[in-house]
Structure formats: C-alpha cells, structure tokens
Write a protein that binds this ligand. Sequence first.
Ligand code: BTN
Length: 251
Amino acid sequence: ALGALEVHGELDSTSSELQRRGSSARDFSVVLAETQTAGRGRRGREWLSPPGLNLYLSCLKRFDSGFAALSGLSLAIGVIVLRTLESLGIAGAGLKWPNDVLAIASRPSGGKLAGVLVELSGEYQGPCAAIVGIGLNLRLTPALREQAGQPTCDLATLAGGTPPDRNRVAAALIAALVEGLGQFERGGFSGFVADYARHDLLRDQPLQLSGPLGTFEGTGAGVDDRGALQVRLADGSLRRIDSADVTVRRT
Ligand code: BTN
C-alpha cells in the first residue's frame, strides 16, 4: 500500500477530514491531529480532544468486497489497539464489546482507554471504504476525566505514572493498523477471534443489555467469527447480538 501520512495542528475531526477527501484519498491514508474542535464519538456523542496529551487518528481503508463483507471490522480495530499496547509492553487493557478498550484494573465499572469509530461508505457489494477513527488516552487531566461523563483511564496510569512517548505510540498504532487492516482484508474477522477472546472483558460476566428490542439479562459467552456478541440466557439458550445499538452493562 502506498499510504499517506498527515499530521495537523487542529482539525474539526480527523475522520471528517478523510470524509471530505472522498475518492481522492489514497488507500491507507492516515490523518493525525494535535487537537480536534469537533471530535466525534459513537452515537452522536462528542469526543473531547484537547491538545498535547492524547492521540486522535483516522485511517482510510478501501475494500473491493463491499461492506457486506466487513462484519467484525470494528471489533478487529479494538484488537488492533490491544496489539499496539502489547507491542509497547503495556499490559492491563481489555475489550468491551463491540470495541471499547478499557483498563482491566478498574473493573467492574471499566475505565475507557480508547474509543473506536468506524464509518463505512460506498456499496454493499462493491467498492467501499472504511474510515477508522481512534482516540487513545495517553494522559488525562482531572478536568478532562470529569468532563468525560464516563469512567476513563489513560496509558500513563497503566504504565505506572509516566505516559509512553506519543510518537512511539502513534508509530506503533499505525504499524498495527497497516498490518491488521491488511489481515482483515485477506481473511475477515476470523483471524481476530482468538485475540478478541483473550481480551474479552464480558466473558462470563453478568450483563444487562438494552436496545430496540427491550432490556434483558444474561451472561457473556464470547463473540462469534462474525463479531456478534453471544449471551447465555437464564434458560441456557444462546442469544446472538449483532447490533451495536445495544447497550451492554455489567450488572
Ligand atoms: C467512541 O465513542 O468511543 C469513539 C470515539 C472515537 C474518537 C476518534 S478521535 C479520532 C477520530 N476523529 C473523530 O472525530 N473521532 C475519532
């Protein structure tokens, strides 16, 4: 892949920047910003993006297969972030379905280390593109923790107080993305299932799920090879959840 790397001082959002490029963006284009004025999270939430502390990165990947074949992509990105941390020697993180990267030490509430936002465009069964946005917390100020409105954590905490060098983290994340997105293109989510399972924080946990079909309880029973969450219900049956519209809470 040719790729392209851009580092901006300030953008509204690294993902919006790649969206504006549209078809002119090269495959594997990576955009980083020091700060974002309108960082976006999942479900229309805001992603606070002050300068100097964290990483805000988006990568555009094209697929010939159409997005019908991309189930599990957003979970694979969570695995890619975990692989990045492992390559940097940082332990103590895990995955909460579908793709939140949490610190294990802060169980059961879970402190969020990274957020992943995958946006697809193009055709269902033809050329398409994924814009993968990753926000990774290296060091959060007390004010930022407060503003976040949810439990958060940062790499500095996991690394024993000092955040790892930001350039090293960025380089490791880009390397893991290029490798991992290529792997996904060749084999889909199946090549990530084992790594996901090793880091699955919901496995064997009591869960409460709520979504368009109502609220129910069960026990986490892993993810399947398409990235759906399996939940064991009280009667012993398995229910497969493949909608990211479902909110999962440990009870
Ligand atoms: C989430 O809600 O957990 C996803 C957060 C994704 C944030 C990243 S930061 C880089 C990229 N640009 C954005 O505007 N959002 C993503």
